[in-house]
Design a binder for this molecule. Structure first.
Ligand code: DQA
Length: 140
């Protein structure tokens, strides 16, 4: 079962970026642990700061993979194009946020992508990615 994790802008800086909000662990270190926790899933990880590249990745995996875990970062709150890309593909997408976006600034309370996702996980730190994978595994 193939699951693609897609991280959007500024998430390449996890571990050093605002550690009080996002923690001190790099995504690379966390991803190694995730692979050990879910040996039954074929996990891959992709990150880009560029909106169009995130859309290209959604298109590339969105007709053949069994699941996508998407943290679109700030594009969550702005991107009609990512909303449309999720609507256009077949693979279920789980929206993940490390922080609790509803406990933060009001501009983070609006997501343009949730309505096209299978569901939303927010506020459980990096563990949110694991919760999303757990859900996707139950679909198969
Ligand atoms: C985030 C929340 C977004 O509002 C923010 O722009 C991010 C990270 C999160 O994982 O908590 O870049 O998606």
């Amino acid at each position: 079962m193939k699951i693609q994790i897609i991280n959007g802008p500024n998430l390449n800086l996890l571990g050093t970026r605002e550690p009080q909000t996002y923690g001190t662990q790099s995504f690379e270190a966390f991803f190694e642990k995730l692979k050990n926790r879910f040996p039954q899933a074929e996990l891959s990880s992709y990150q880009s700061n560029v909106e169009g590249e995130l859309i290209n990745k959604l298109h590339a995996v969105g007709f053949s993979y069994e699941g996508i875990v998407l943290n679109a970062g700030a594009y969550t709150h702005t991107s009609v194009a990512i909303h449309d890309a999720i609507a256009a593909i077949k693979t279920p997408v789980v929206e993940v946020h490390i922080s609790n976006v509803y406990a933060r600034e009001e501009f983070r309370h609006k997501s343009l992508i949730t309505s096209k996702c299978a569901g939303l996980i927010t506020g459980f730190g990096m563990e949110g990615y694991a919760l999303a994978i757990q859900y996707l595994l139950t679909r198969y």
